[in-house]
Design a protein around this ligand. Sequence first.
Ligand code: GP9
Ligand code: MN
Length: 685
Amino acid sequence: MANFFKRRMSWVNTRMGFFLLTIGLFWVKTYIAYQTEFTLGAKGSVQQFLLLINPLPAALLVFGIALYFRGRLAYWLMMIINVLESTWIFANVLYYREFSDFLSFGIMKGSSDVGNNLGKSLAQITHAYDFFVYVDIIVLIILLVTHVIRIDARPFKRRYAFSITVLSFGLMFAEFGMANADRSGLLTRTFDNNYIVKYLGLNEYAAFNAYQTQKESATRASANASDMKSVLKYLKQNRVSPNVSYYGKEKGKNVFVIHLESFQQFLIDYKVNGKEVTPNLNKFYHNQNTLSFDNFYNQVAQGKTSDAEMMLENSLFGLPQGSAMTTYGTQNTFQAAPAILSQQAGYTTAAFHGDVPSFWNRDNTYKSWGYQYFFSSSYYTEKSGYSVGYGLKDKIFFKQSAKYIEQLPQPFYAKLITLTNHYPYELDKKNTDFPATKTGDKTVDPYVQTAHYLDQAFGEFMTYLKKAGLYKNSMIVAYGDHYGISNNHRPAIAQLLGKSKVTNFDLAQFQKVPFMIHAAGLKGGINHTYGGEIDVLPTLLDLLGVKNTDTIQFGQDLLAKNRNQTVAFRNGNFISPTYAKIGGTVYDTRTGKALSLTTAQKKTVDKMQNHVTTELSLSDRVIYGDLLRFYTPKDFTKVDKSSFTYKYKPAMEKLAEAEKKEKTSALVKNKGKETTYKTDAPELK
Ligand code: GP9
Ligand code: MN
């Protein structure tokens, strides 16, 4: 028997045999870690397949380095590589347990080391079984030392080593091709570290993260305090004084920012078969205490939702490529709405979202922005049928958010990010009680159905706010983050708009999203000023009477009288009440007709273009160079990220403590009685 075993196992006594054994074991343990320690959310056969095979190509490449070396050295190199690789898994397992995210080099080399950032001590979060990642190494060493496996000292042909390297690259390309076919823009748009690990693997993630960190630190290193001067000079010239009839009118009220996913302005008052798609939002839009803007544009690029969030809460533009939140959110200094409001006006600040916290790097970015609480997937009860697409269905999301909202000491700033009205607009039958449009475009037609669902969820939430006593003392802001129907659907868009065909100008107008501010006693109405997401922060701060004369903001208060109404799109195009420049063409905004310009007109348009180019590039310089680290407004203290934790238990303890101390939460005001939340969500019946 022993002999039989020896014969069968003799292949491990060759260099190649030992190499394959090492890799095989490493592959298995990585996959076990994927399945047991991380929530990567692999759905469908392509993603499952990629998850299964993705440890292999990188392992062949990295472990394969040892094959270029002679004799014993090759064996020990394989062991050393194995220790390093396993430690990378080990460290990520621990980090993930605390943060639901993967380690990044930026965090590791950041001023506060990883240990300091952990809510609990390392010893507390380490389990004995975590050391399992080293078991194969120990076993291999024992087998080598006891000569059960013999070292093959024969020279190994370079050619073979090289073939392994070539093979590993080949496999990596194939893997990347498959991944990108399943999720386009995986590395250019950089949504979520979980995605990169799920599709490409832990090693590829490390390489990509190292590249990103390097790029980011290079631009950071080349920037200096004097770069801030040109920004300040520009902002000084562009600052407008607030409108006195609105300034400070909503002082001290709670703020709700309701992020209506992929919601476009055309949906307001839109009807299908004579039925309003969004009756609740329409009512809200036309309410006499709602300020509604009908020339408000989304200004996002690849970062989509994250770009909208960046603009709304920082008045800084998203980047021309990728997402500023993922690339710069962790390391950069920000002076964002939550930090300003909590420091200057004593607000409790909280974000709510029914997706995993790592998406768009929210878990790190929100700390940089000063969010005290971030209620994400782990705070919500999840049962089968509760989620669709990225996460919780809106009705369930709003309902479950209510119990946390009630506990927030007032005044609070609460941002709720909805999800269900997201491409590909899928929703189960029992939630669909609205007719689809009939353009024949499968992507476009269900859009009104999920928008209708979002509207119902919004309506239920408003009813709840009234019941809980929060409607009257809150300023409720609702906005659409970006288009839901992309420009690739021209014929369908034409049908929706009742036109025979759409021009580029029409498509630019199609980028309008709703922006509404409601508050009891607020002088409402439809405001026709031209503006966009970049203008939200100064508008809200002025309404709340929070000083923002020395903050770095590229937008202007939408209610200010002498504001610049040229709205920049992220690609350098723009629209204003007079001219719109789309591609190389200038249009008359009032008629939508393409113009051939007179000299005088050209001068005006050039001036507008210059304004747009300047503001975009200066905003980019602030983010690329992390310029806010060189400038702190008066009455503002730099945000200390390590003072926040979004882990369920410690965060809830902190909230309970704050509530006890301040006694201002809705729950306390309602004598500890939870307000019943009414929803017709079929899942909750
Ligand atoms: C995911 C959600 C969607 O958490 O915010 O982001 P988007 O795809 O719209 O940018
Ligand atoms: Mn979005």
